[in-house]
Design a protein around this ligand. Structure first.
Ligand SMILES: [Zn+2]
Length: 549
């Protein structure tokens, strides 16, 4: 999603909310239950969910059940399911027997009666109901949004990144373990349609006039990617000839927006073309690609990207790069769809590593611009977004307590990737790394270490200190230099130990690469004092210690 820009802007607009507060943050027992792989989660491997709910916009309620199928990794009798009040579990059932449980805040510990034997596949049914938390500012606040369209028809949807899927359905609410497939059955009033993830298998008219929509996801899916969108939808579609053959594209928009959507959504196949070029095949051909109008700005729901940017380019009409290029595309179509690769294909195990989703996708905006408008345009866009960097809190969050890092995971993370591309200095190699990441970690949950390791191995550069510098430190590297006795002396200042990133500079306009030792001064011989300019695509500053050029 695009949360962090807003939080970042929030810092600008609401002076009382500052990054400095993070230092005093304390975490609760509930944070640990939510954010860690507890013993009651660790022993079972999720394989499948069937979420089956009745939605009632009349009283903002949900009622239904979730079938949780899992493989026993090693025996245990206590199983953790998460569900956030005010929703309530009515019962847990295994093999027809109602089970006892103990509730601890948002975590429900179910006492299983049946022997749990390693390698066996078991099922647990969780019945639940209530009025899920209402999202006050979707998608930044989690929960259900119960809205109405211009014709006064109900228009409602779920959003839950960060807060967690357990805000609206019972599940194993930790990102490390994904269901391998999922069925989503949603009953709505008879004049409305539900769009969820994957493909629509059936629509059933019930005796009371309500409709039941049955969706099926064939691929692994993360919790927050699951969604419902209910409204007076009109559908149109096309087939995109992609890297893996024909890909179904389905559009669901409010009936009165059909004409606008048919024109504006021409950017969806353009997005697919650009991102398949940079990142490799769209990761969910079996589940199709959908763009679904939603009553809020947008979110990267897997294979059903939600859209509410008003059918205009930019981010709500604004160019976040202030270069003009940001108004050449619809920010939400491009950014949220980009997450199909980084977020839904490659997914963080712990939200502390959320940069894996947002840095690559903030960066992908520049790649989209580059693909359609040229390299200079893409680079200009990526330099333009630097004005949104805060540098007041670290990008990596806190592990095991469901705590994401700072909003710099967007533009600063993108800027870091753009800087690494400069040192790789080989466009095809760089593209092969981006594609390679999506192939290596296809449909997986990952850690920062895995991403850093892959990139270091395939660039042949010492990237670890570069990642440390930009993801785990706040300082901007500074090139310190001086001209002395016919030599250019230089070193890195403001950096983490071992930072030796090569740097492209221009000496009186002549391109020169500076190579660094791990510490101390390096030098270039036979250089008379001249004008030194650092290549503008590196995110560093420079300082002439002698002030003499
Ligand atoms: Zn995002």
């Amino acid at each position: 999603m695009f949360t962090r820009i807003l939080i970042f802007l929030g810092v600008l607009f609401y002076a009382g909310v500052s990054y400095g507060q993070r230092a005093q943050e304390t975490f609760t027992h509930q944070d640990t239950l939510r954010g860690s792989i507890t013993p009651e989660r660790e022993w079972w491997d999720l394989t499948f969910y069937h979420l089956d709910i009745l939605t009632n916009p009349g009283d903002s309620s949900i009622k239904g059940k979730v079938l949780v199928r899992y493989e026993v990794l090693h025996p245990n009798k206590l199983l953790q399911i998460d569900l956030q009040p005010p929703l309530k579990v009515s019962s847990f059932v295994q093999d027809g027997k109602t089970l006892s449980y103990k509730q601890d805040g948002n975590a429900w510990f179910v006492r299983l009666e049946k022997n749990q034997i390693a390698g066996e596949i078991n099922e647990l049914l969780v019945y639940y109901e209530g009025n899920p938390k209402i999202s006050l500012r979707p998608p930044w606040d989690d929960g259900l949004t119960w809205d109405h369209d211009k014709n006064a028809l109900p228009f409602y949807a779920s959003t839950c990144q960060g807060g967690g899927a357990s805000i609206w359905w019972p599940c194993k609410d930790h990102m490390y373990d994904e269901a391998d497939s999922m069925r989503i059955t949603v009953t709505t009033p008879g004049n409305l349609m539900n769009v969820s993830n994957g493909r629509l298998r059936s629509k059933k008219l019930n005796p009371d006039g309500s409709l039941t929509w049955d969706w099926y996801v064939q691929n692994p899916i993360n919790n927050y990617g699951v969604n419902i969108n209910v409204g007076d939808y009109t559908h149109f579609s096309e087939v995109y000839q992609g890297e893996l053959g024909p890909l179904d594209i389905d559009y669901y928009v409010l009936s009165y927006n059909l004409d606008k959507a048919k024109e504006h959504f021409k950017q969806a196949p353009m997005m697919l073309e650009a991102f398949e070029h940079w990142f490799g095949p769209y990761p969910f051909y079996e589940d199709s690609y959908k763009l679904v109008e939603a009553p809020y700005l947008g979110m990267e729901h897997q294979s059903s990207v939600t859209y509410g940017n008003g059918y205009i380019n930019g981010y709500r009409g604004n160019d976040i790069s202030k270069t003009g290029w940001g108004n050449k595309f619809d920010f939400i179509i491009i950014h949220e769809s980009g997450h199909e690769w980084f977020a839904n294909n490659i997914t963080y195990k712990d939200i502390a590593d959320m940069w894996i989703h947002e840095s690559f996708i903030a960066y992908s905006e520049g790649l989209y611009v580059e693909y359609w408008f040229g390299k200079d345009a893409g680079f200009e866009y990526l330099r333009g977004i630097r004005s949104n960097i805060g540098n007041s809190s670290k990008i990596i969050g806190t592990y095991d307590v469901n705590k994401a890092g700072s909003g710099d995971m967007y533009q600063k993370g993108a800027t870091m990737l753009h800087t690494i591309r400069q040192i790789v200095n080989d466009d095809e190699k760089w593209r092969s790394i981006l594609r390679g990441l999506n192939k290596e970690f296809w449909h997986q949950t990952v850690t920062t270490d895995q991403i850093e390791g892959y990139m270091e191995e395939h660039t042949d550069f010492n990237l670890k200190p570069i990642f440390d510098q930009f993801l785990r430190d706040l300082r901007i590297p500074t090139l310190e230099y001086r001209f002395l006795n016919g030599n250019l002396m230089y070193r890195w200042g403001n950096v983490v130990p071992g930072f030796d990133m090569p740097l492209k500079v221009y000496l009186d306009g002549q391109e020169t690469w500076l190579k660094f030792g791990a510490r101390g001064w390096s030098s270039l011989a036979d250089i008379e004092p001249c004008k030194l300019v650092v290549d503008k695509d590196f995110y560093v500053s420079s300082f002439n210690l002698m002030g003499d050029n």
